[in-house]
Design a protein around this ligand. Structure first.
Ligand code: BGC
Length: 346
């Protein structure tokens, strides 16, 4: 159920683990970053379509700052000035994105070798144990990520973490989806619906939120009715100019505190629809704005907007922003969230 993929720069072995269901879905994972590697889902006319942007060697996964498919922990997206305070104590993490931290630093947990605790036909559990102050974050933290491929063609991701100190945790998965096929070019024609009447605008191109939770009404950020991802992407609207496309957190209109459908994407070419379900309060829509020239399999060159990410999360920089829900995890209290990417054909 596993095969050697290659070695990382430290000479550690990186393996591919394959899960399958009886309904035509097959997903391959890496122990490097507990990464979603290949994601085959059924499309129309019986085709099997690989919908996740990948590299074909471990060194590219390690080197590139795209975070293709990786589990990001402890803290997804940005932390301003790479610093935060918990109970009067200042903690510093890596400033790997201007003066700010992105995805917990360049050599963070997303680039580490995880342990496989359990694997069956359709389920795999990855674990990682971080030491106190690893990447600057307080607490010895035990992480468990459980991936399941269900018979309904869902990829379910359960996130669990337990720290022995009060800390901040905001985990996500960074899969880059292209529902017309990972190597098919721009996703601008693919449709997207997001259940969000607000989003969090950023200050400038460095993408730290202003702290406002702004209405999407009358802006290119209104995805409350499905529209092509590229329909408004080139509008002369500051927020789109900063990130060269969408690279923003949406504040989900939660019906309750529970688990619900928050986004749907669709590619007409393959008929593949993907519904996103989560219990998180935010989702980062990132339209592959900095995909440009990275090499995929068979010498494929990824193009700008060659995929989109829907990263479920707390809001970026929430640990420093009083207007946002603060992602604090108390000592010995489990952090748990769940996100499902559900595939169907229409
Ligand atoms: C960030 C982008 C970044 C990308 C890849 C996204 O979550 O918001 O700014 O370029 O991840 O690192």
């Amino acid at each position: 159920m596993s095969q050697l993929f290659g070695k990382n720069s430290k000479g550690e072995e990186v393996y591919i683990y394959t899960l399958k269901n009886e309904s035509g879905m097959m997903v391959r994972f890496l122990n490097l970053g507990a990464t979603v590697h290949e994601l085959f889902v059924p499309g129309k006319d019986g085709q099997s379509v690989q919908v996740s942007a990948i590299y074909d060697d471990p060194l590219s996964y390690e080197r590139e700052t795209t975070y293709f498919g990786a589990i990001v922990a402890p803290y997804a997206n940005r932390i301003s000035d790479a610093k935060f305070e918990i109970d009067g104590q200042i903690y510093e993490t890596d400033a790997n994105n201007n003066e700010n931290s992105l995805h917990s630093g360049i050599n963070g947990i997303a680039k580490k070798i995880w342990t496989v605790k359990e694997q069956t036909e359709n389920k795999i559990v990855f674990t990682y144990d971080a030491k106190d102050l690893e990447q600057g974050f307080p607490g010895n933290i035990h992480y468990e990520v459980t991936y399941e491929v269900t018979e309904k063609n869902e990829l379910s991701i359960s996130y669990y973490a337990l720290s022995d100190k009060k800390t901040t945790i905001n985990m996500t998965n960074h899969t880059y989806f292209n529902l017309a096929g990972a190597l098919s070019g721009s996703v601008e024609g693919q449709e997207l619906w997001i259940k969000a009447s607000h989003y969090t605008p950023v200050k400038d191109a460095k993408a730290i939120p202003t702290g406002d939770i702004a209405p999407v009404d009358g802006t290119p950020f209104d995805f409350r009715e499905a529209k092509a991802i590229g329909r408004d992407i080139r509008q002369d609207f500051d927020q789109l100019v900063y990130g060269q496309g969408y690279d923003h957190n949406f504040a989900i209109d939660k019906a309750s505190v529970g688990f619900e459908k928050i986004a749907t994407a669709y590619a007409q070419e393959t008929g593949i629809q993907m519904d996103v379900w989560t219990d998180c309060i935010g989702v980062q829509l990132y339209t592959g704005n900095f995909m440009a020239g990275q090499k995929g399999p068979n010498e494929h060159t990824y193009v700008k907007h060659g995929a989109f990410c829907l990263e479920t999360q707390y809001f970026p920089n929430a640990i420093n922003e009083t207007n946002f829900v603060c992602p604090i995890t108390e000592a010995n209290v489990p952090y748990e969230t769940r996100t499902v990417y559900a595939f169907s054909v229409r």
